[in-house]
Design a protein around this ligand. Structure first.
Ligand SMILES: CC(C)(COP(=O)(O)OP(=O)(O)OC[C@H]1O[C@@H](n2cnc3c(N)ncnc32)[C@H](O)[C@@H]1OP(=O)(O)O)[C@@H](O)C(=O)NCCC(=O)NCCS
Length: 119
């Protein structure tokens, strides 16, 4: 299930964020976390399964009716088990009145999830 980020999840969240292709150095990671901590319209959600936090999805809620996924990662040990897709589905339920879009790097994965939903 998706849970909201809290300060005591900072280390695990930074570890997960570091799997994003453009978030490799510590300064970039700290800036990303700070953005989620300080900006009300940036929401960071973590995927918890049993007692483990194994995925992350971060969104920017735009003033209009749009939510943009800015970060999406799953711990490598838990990939290819449908967690990335489940996070997107739960996010869509959470923001059911809004249009979900994503940054360019995430778009191919989101498209793939939508294609298999349509089948
Ligand atoms: C992308 C990511 C979140 C997918 O998580 P996951 O839990 O393994 O995803 P799922 O199990 O729900 O789906 C797996 C499917 O997505 C595909 N997939 C993985 N990364 C993809 C990408 N960047 N673009 C398109 N499809 C992708 C896999 O090939 C697999 O396809 P298959 O079912 O046909 O074999 C994970 O691979 C990850 O954390 N990658 C590193 C972070 C990253 O690059 N994020 C940006 C892209 S979202």
């Amino acid at each position: 299930m998706l849970i909201r980020y809290k300060k005591n999840f900072e280390k695990i969240a930074m570890g997960l964020l570091s799997f994003m292709p453009n978030e490799k150095d510590v300064k970039t990671l700290q800036a990303a976390i700070k953005q989620y901590e300080t900006q009300d319209n940036w929401n960071l959600l973590l995927w918890k399964e049993d007692e483990d936090i194994i995925g992350l999805i971060g969104v920017e809620v735009e003033p209009e009716d749009t939510v943009t996924i800015q970060h999406l990662t799953v711990n490598p040990s838990f990939r290819y088990q449908g967690i990335g897709r489940k996070m997107c589905e739960e996010l869509a339920n959470m923001y059911s009145t809004k249009k979900i879009q994503s940054s360019d790097v995430i778009a191919p994965f989101l498209d793939k999830c939508r294609e298999s939903e349509d089948k």
